[in-house]
Design a binder for this molecule. Structure first.
Ligand SMILES: [Zn+2]
Length: 81
């Protein structure tokens, strides 16, 4: 429904707390993700980003997966607690 509203010029942008990328998968073009997303992986030490595929490759070798700087990698989302 939101994509259809955008196509008709009735919706300019979506601001969401969703982290799953479903808005983009549905075709929404302008999405602000307040809590980040699970498609990017972030180093907790140097802020370098990795793709999910790169993180899975590193995960097969070590747990938790580490950045080239030695920092721990985590999904690029807000983790409460
Ligand atoms: Zn790093």
């Amino acid at each position: 429904m939101l994509v259809e509203l955008e196509k008709r010029g009735k919706l300019y942008r979506v601001i969401t707390q969703n982290i799953d990328g479903l808005h983009q998968m549905a075709g929404q073009s302008d999405v602000i993700e307040l809590h980040g997303n699970t498609r990017k992986i972030l180093c907790m030490s140097c802020d370098k980003t990795y793709s999910m595929d790169e993180a899975y490759t590193r995960l097969e070798k070590e747990l938790p997966p580490k950045c080239s700087c030695g920092g721990v990698l985590k999904p690029s989302i807000v983790l409460f607690g």
